[in-house]
Design a binder for this molecule. Structure first.
Ligand SMILES: Cc1cc2nc3c(=O)[nH]c(=O)nc-3n(C[C@H](O)[C@H](O)[C@H](O)COP(=O)(O)O)c2cc1C
Length: 775
């Protein structure tokens, strides 16, 4: 680089921290000398002398009734200067960062002219009140728009600006500032902009941002602030600043540049108001301080701005953070609007015209939008009903069935039947829908599929329900065997289309045709078995344990169990599984099933329904929980589909998948309801055995479901690009598992060494699911 260039850059660099203009009144000898020195020593100074024009305006504004002729005006101007040297009048404002000097009216007259067009939207009395006000602004991206608008209106006399950030090129989508400010502190850039609009406004800059060390200075030095405007991203600072504002009884205003949300907290009028309307009660501030990545910050920020009320576009974008974008999006239009809105509200607070606290929206899209705006069609999930077969229906089904009549079976008492059916109810089921019903009559125990519970969409042809019915049969049989009973099972005694799935009879002494007792010892794990969605440590599972698990395949004719534990294959398989999980979330009906019907978002709905998926059992980080809440909105999902995005969904399942020790797979040779029922029994045997070895097991059924639906053209509403992706995933999956296209794929699962689950899923009460004919 040329020496000259280097010198110029270095010279400019020295100006970076300067934001105060130098004001010269040449009537004073001392300032006259200094000014002369300045214009001699500075080269390439630009000097703007438009004082005469300002004087002319001042005269005009002071004489609104007079329509002066040119001569009259000339006379008035001459009177104003009163033979004084015009250079000696007014103020010469020197802006060092721009190397320019502007000749201006002195403060009082300058303000009079500059704010004249405010009258009487702001009365002269109000103008005087506003001139006394001190406002502090933290965060000068949105804050820039607010500060400059307020400065233009002159709705304060002093402003304190805090931001530790410097201007970067990516800020220029929403901050209106010259490119020569790149690398300059945001606070300083705003201070300069204000100085170039009005050099008499008192500005104090805090280019280190607001922190515990300068909090007192910011809030109180030179008198307490009258209002704090919070536009900063620092979550801990947001809270700390509010604590201070509350202590000093200073109102706080915040604007989120999404849907023009404006938040007002009148700590001046309501000293006991909870911070942020109570939205952050219980938040650990120390934790807030340690949040580093944007992804970590998002859930807290969402809690503060209100997760359900943000715009669909912002919700959808949240899913792309640290996938295809680095941080949340903001637009200049919103920032500009926010500036105006905040300035208006702050002025009315200052002149006591507005005294409420609250949260307000000026959602332009809603206010100015097509009246016939198409809303995405809400999909009604079918299934998941809290409805059961009644006794008459049950008896009618049994009577219409061609059942084998046994008479040698044992009649077991009510408490025993309740005990063994209770064990059956502990079986796993898709989305914890518990699609079973039991009926006991004179030694015969009947198991029914409750089709109203089973989902129409995320349970293809009830096959997943059959898996869970198989699992519950296995529990029942193991428990009965533990109690010394032999069990005989008749599957689908009245055909596969009937809701009657199995009939059980119990015997003592033992019967040749009864179910074998090889796995009886597993009954002790029925209570312990659960879906564990905690991550893991990737540790390899002892090969003998894997062999033992695989050997269970011998208990079901034709069954195959595969357990994959080599890392390279696991990584490839994980990619396929993540793809399927993501596409499952992006499919409109499956999305509706999961978010509207399966998930229980809070303790109250967990306790009252006693079914579905308690969100806590998903073991999600705070970030992913927030992600889930964001992903709930159908419109956000349709946007992601439209943009061909949504990778964020892979993050949610991805972490756990990558931490697994192994992935297992269970298949049977042929597709049939029986295969899924038998398969379900094998699933439970395997799951109980994994529990015995203290292995965490989580079903990973997205690939099985999505491939079943793909095969049967049951994916209406899924965009073409996702269908193509699914077909590719299918090919990879078949190769990785080395399986044939036509087998019945029953179960895919993850095995890990993991912490016990945070919460266990609840079960519906026995009384709802077991009827005993007492006659
Ligand atoms: C057929 C079937 C499919 C399932 N699919 C998944 C799945 O894709 N992901 C998952 O995390 N859990 C899945 N589960 C586990 C259930 O959500 C779980 O069994 C249910 O919530 C009850 O909880 P528990 O297993 O802890 O008793 C599935 C269970 C069954 C029986």
């Amino acid at each position: 680089m040329q020496n000259k260039l280097i010198t110029l850059i270095e010279q400019t660099e020295k100006q970076k921290a300067i934001y105060k203009p130098l004001l010269f009144r040449l009537k004073t000898e001392e300032e006259f000398v200094k000014f002369n020195h300045l214009i001699k020593s500075e080269s390439n100074l630009m000097v703007f002398d438009e004082l005469r024009g300002q004087v002319k305006e001042l005269i005009k504004l002071r004489n609104p009734k007079k329509n002066m002729t040119v001569e009259e005006m000339e006379d008035e101007i001459s009177n104003y200067f009163d033979k004084n040297d015009p250079d000696k009048l007014g103020v010469w404002a020197y802006y060092p960062w721009a190397n320019k000097i502007v000749h201006l009216l002195d403060e009082e007259e300058f303000v009079e002219v500059r704010t004249n067009r405010n009258f009487y939207k702001i009365t002269p009395e109000e103008k005087d009140i506003l001139a006394q006000k001190k406002v502090g602004i933290i965060g000068l991206s949105v804050g820039q728009s607010v500060s400059v608008t307020m400065a233009m209106e002159r709705s304060f006399g002093e402003i304190r600006l805090a931001d530790f950030d410097i201007l970067e090129l990516s800020n220029y989508n929403r901050i209106r500032t010259p490119l020569s400010n790149l690398g300059v502190s945001k606070a300083i850039a705003v201070a300069r902009e204000i100085a170039e609009i009005d050099p008499y406004i008192k500005v104090k800059c805090f280019p280190d941002g607001l922190h515990e060390g300068n909090m007192d200075k910011f809030f109180s030095e030179g008198g307490n602030l009258d209002l704090l405007i919070d536009e900063c991203d620092g979550l801990d600072i947001k809270i700390l600043a509010r604590i201070k504002a509350k202590e000093l009884r200073i109102p706080v205003v915040m604007e989120a540049s999404d849907r023009c949300m404006l938040d007002v907290e009148r700590f001046d009028l309501e000293p006991d108001r909870p911070l942020l309307h109570g939205l952050v009660d219980g938040l650990d501030i120390k934790k807030l301080k340690s949040l580093r990545t944007n992804e970590e910050k998002v859930p807290y920020l969402l809690a503060m701005i209100g997760i359900d009320t943000i715009s669909s576009r912002l919700k959808a974008s949240m899913f792309e953070i640290e996938q295809t974008i680095t941080t949340w999006p903001q637009l200049a239009s919103a920032v500009t609007l926010g500036g105006g809105l905040t300035a208006d509200v702050c002025r009315r607070i200052f002149i006591n015209e507005f005294s409420d606290s609250g949260r307000y929206y000026m959602d332009v899209e809603q206010i100015v939008g097509n009246k016939d705006k198409k809303k995405p069609t809400l999909i009604e999930s079918k299934g998941f009903e809290d409805a059961y077969l009644n006794k008459d229906e049950i008896i009618a089904i049994i009577n219409s069935s061609n059942l084998t009549l046994n008479n040698k079976q044992k009649l077991i008492n009510e408490s025993e039947i309740k005990e063994i059916v209770s064990s059956a109810l502990l079986a796993p089921s898709p989305g914890n829908n518990q699609p079973w019903q039991w009926y006991y009559d004179k030694g015969n125990l009947y198991l029914f599929l409750n089709k109203k519970k089973s989902s129409a969409s995320s349970d293809f042809d009830n096959l997943f329900s059959f898996i869970s019915l198989g699992a519950s049969m296995e529990n029942l049989i193991l428990k009965a065997q533990e109690k010394g009973l032999d069990v005989c099972v008749e599957e689908f005694p009245s055909g596969k289309s009937s809701p009657l799935v199995a009939k059980f009879n119990f015997y003592t002494p033992h019967l040749e045709t009864a179910e074998n007792r090889d796995y009886q010892a597993l009954s002790q794990y029925i209570h312990l078995r659960c879906s564990n969605r905690n991550g893991g440590n990737k540790e390899r599972i002892n090969p003998s344990v894997i062999d033992n698990l695989i050997s269970l395949q011998r208990s079901t004719p034709g069954a195959t169990i595969k357990i994959i534990d080599d890392r390279a294959r696991l990584i490839e398989l994980n990619e396929v599984i993540k793809t399927c999980e993501r596409i499952r979330f992006l499919h409109p009906e499956l999305h509706a099933d999961f978010f509207e019907k399966e998930i229980r978002w809070n303790n109250q709905s967990v306790e009252s329904s006693k079914d579905g998926m308690d969100i806590r059992t998903l073991e999600l980080s705070a970030t992913d929980q927030a992600g889930m809440r964001v992903a709930k909105e159908v419109e956000a999902i349709s946007l992601l589909n439209k943009w061909k995005k949504g990778k964020g969904f892979e993050k949610i399942s991805g972490k756990n998948l990558d931490a697994a020790s192994a992935i297992g797979f269970i298949a049977l040779p042929r597709h049939s309801a029986s295969s899924y029922l038998q398969g379900g029994r094998l699933v439970e045997r395997l799951w109980l055995s994994a529990t015995k070895y203290q292995l965490a097991l989580q079903p990973l059924m997205a690939p099985i479901l999505m491939f079943l639906k793909l095969k049967h053209n049951d994916l209406a509403g899924l965009p073409e690009h996702l269908l193509t992706e699914l077909r590719d995933a299918r090919e990879k999956y078949l190769k990785l598992l080395n399986i044939d296209e036509n087998i019945a794929e029953i179960f895919l699962f993850r095995l890990a060494f993991a912490e016990p689950p945070t919460a266990r899923s609840l079960r519906l009460p026995l009384e709802k699911l077991l009827l005993i004919n007492k006659i």
